[in-house]
Design a protein around this ligand. Structure first.
Ligand code: TYD
Ligand code: MG
Length: 467
């Protein structure tokens, strides 16, 4: 009798092998390969072989959609990241470290939606109904008509959801706890997660209910297991925050219905998550004015300007290879700025440890931060505080030239709004970005700015070195 064939699947990347092995050749992870039934696991095909296909109707792009395509959750920061609200029939994966606040965020959004009269179903696979209730009570949301269940079988869940009015939103917390009868593997394995997600996604598309899947993230920052559903869902968001900070940032990594560069900013309080509509004020709060090594960067996160403090510490190193530690920025970018400072501005940091930190746990992806980083580094090295009322932005090229960046006007506007008096920025040929009350100081080459900081240090500092 033929034995049902088995295969060995890496639980981290989904690569399949015919034999067990300790290390995955595909992603290099150790001890991630588990035995799964090939009939249901990777490479399994639904239906019987040789089945004849049926024909279906094809439609044009210009057909009308009958219903309002988006529903706003009224949690402004959430809607912003979604691209203007929840899209009908869409499936969103929200990943994040355990304890970061995913369940809190989603119960709050569910309650808002339910209070507006939409049907919202919250399925918890991790907590008992009582525990979810307890949290809702703490958040003052007990009165919201959210429909609650603690279930993990997706067939049962879909059957329940199919009864009555189509829910506007279904929250599945979390996808790792879900399992389907059609797959033999244990819940949490790649094939279970993938199959369970498939069932839920099919239901979302068919019924028009929006589904949010919660996914837990492993230590190395990847969405474990749910990594393999990333390509199946419409949007992938990550909910992140630095340990010790109260800020939480929701970031879109993939979004079929909206931009991926928007962030939503929240603050974790004793009464749940609070929206932060003006993140700059938060990121600049508690700024150490007058200390060397800090520069305010006027950045953009999607359509929204965000001012954030960049902190640098340059210290003489006792190590053969000096240390370079970066939090919140690209280390390769820092290496580039250091090289440009060395080659074109005479700033030698080869014997110094360099630490760089973006305040508030924000992660910056923009090259426009180059100028602010360079200013903070030079300020730290020379012990010269930068002017407290200045913001910096501009991209530094390998030649040391400071290049213009996009969206100058909103950056200046935000700086003006928060009381800054000057902006150190690239020379934009178009003078369309002037902001009343804000002096602009254009820099063509990085060495000009370095010389300015050094001159300010000589003029305004007592001559003895700081101890
Ligand atoms: P939770 O939403 O359970 O996280 P996740 O679902 O991502 O695992 O959040 C739990 C954390 O949030 C916990 O450490 C306590 C904190 N918290 C507050 O600070 N205030 C609150 O009102 C709530 C509900 C949680
Ligand atoms: Mg949770």
């Amino acid at each position: 009798m033929a034995r049902s064939p088995t295969s060995f699947v890496c639980q981290s990347c989904g690569a399949a092998y015919t034999r067990w092995q300790g290390k995955c050749d595909s992603c290099g992870a150790w001890n991630t390969i588990a035995e799964e039934s090939a009939a249901t696991g990777v490479g399994a095909r639904p239906g019987k072989p040789g089945k004849k296909g049926r024909t279906f109707a094809l439609a044009g792009l210009d057909g009308a959609n009958d219903d309002a395509p988006r529903t706003q959750t009224q949690v402004g920061e959430l809607d912003r990241v979604f691209g203007g609200g929840l899209v009908k029939g869409s499936v969103i994966l929200i990943g994040g470290d355990p304890g970061i606040g995913k369940s809190t965020l989603l119960i709050q959004a569910s309650a808002r939606l339910a209070r507006m009269g939409h049907r919202v179903v919250y399925i918890s696979g991790e907590e008992a109904v009582g525990q979810v209730r307890l949290r809702a009570e703490r958040l003052g949301l007990s009165a919201s008509p959210v429909e609650l269940a603690a279930e993990t079988n997706v067939e049962d869940i879909v059957a329940t959801l199919s009864e009555g009015a189509t829910p506007r939103l279904v929250v599945i917390d979390s996808i790792q706890t879900m399992w389907t009868e059609t797959v033999e593997s244990a819940p949490g394995t790649v094939s279970q997660v993938r199959s369970a997600a498939q069932v839920l996604i099919r239901h979302a598309k068919k019924s028009g209910a929006a589904i949010i899947l919660v996914g837990h993230v492993t230590k190395d920052g990847q969405i474990a297991g749910p990594r393999v559903v990333e390509h199946m869902v419409d949007a992938v968001m990550s909910f992140e925050g630095e340990g010790g900070h109260h800020f939480r940032i929701l970031r879109a990594m993939k979004n079929r219905f909206g931009p991926t560069d928007e962030i939503g900013v929240f603050e974790m309080t004793g009464k749940g998550l609070r929206e932060v509509p003006n993140p700059s004020e938060l990121f600049l709060a508690g700024r150490d004015l007058g200390a060397p090594g800090t520069a305010v960067f006027a950045g953009m996160e999607g359509t929204r300007p965000v001012l954030v403090e960049i902190q640098a510490l340059v210290a003489a190193s006792s190590l053969g290879t000096p240390r370079r530690a970066v939090v919140g920025w690209d280390p390769a970018r820092l290496a580039m700025v250091l090289a440009v400072l060395d080659a074109h501005c005479g700033i030698r940091l080869g014997g110094h440890d360099v630490y760089l930190n973006v305040a508030g746990g924000l992660r910056i992806g923009e090259p426009a931060a180059d100028l602010a980083v360079a200013a903070a580094l030079v300020s730290s090295l020379s012990g010269t505080p930068l002017p407290a009322d200045a913001v910096y932005f501009g991209e530094v090229s390998l030649s040391g030239a400071v290049r213009p960046v996009a969206q100058t006007a909103p950056r200046l506007k935000e700086a003006g709004k928060l009381g800054f008096a000057r902006a150190v920025m690239p020379d934009t040929s178009r003078g369309d970005a002037a902001e009343p009350g804000l002096a602009t100081q254009t820099v063509g080459h990085l060495s000009t700015m370095v010389a300015d900081i050094a001159a300010a240090g000589v003029a305004g500092r007592p001559p003895e070195p700081r101890s």
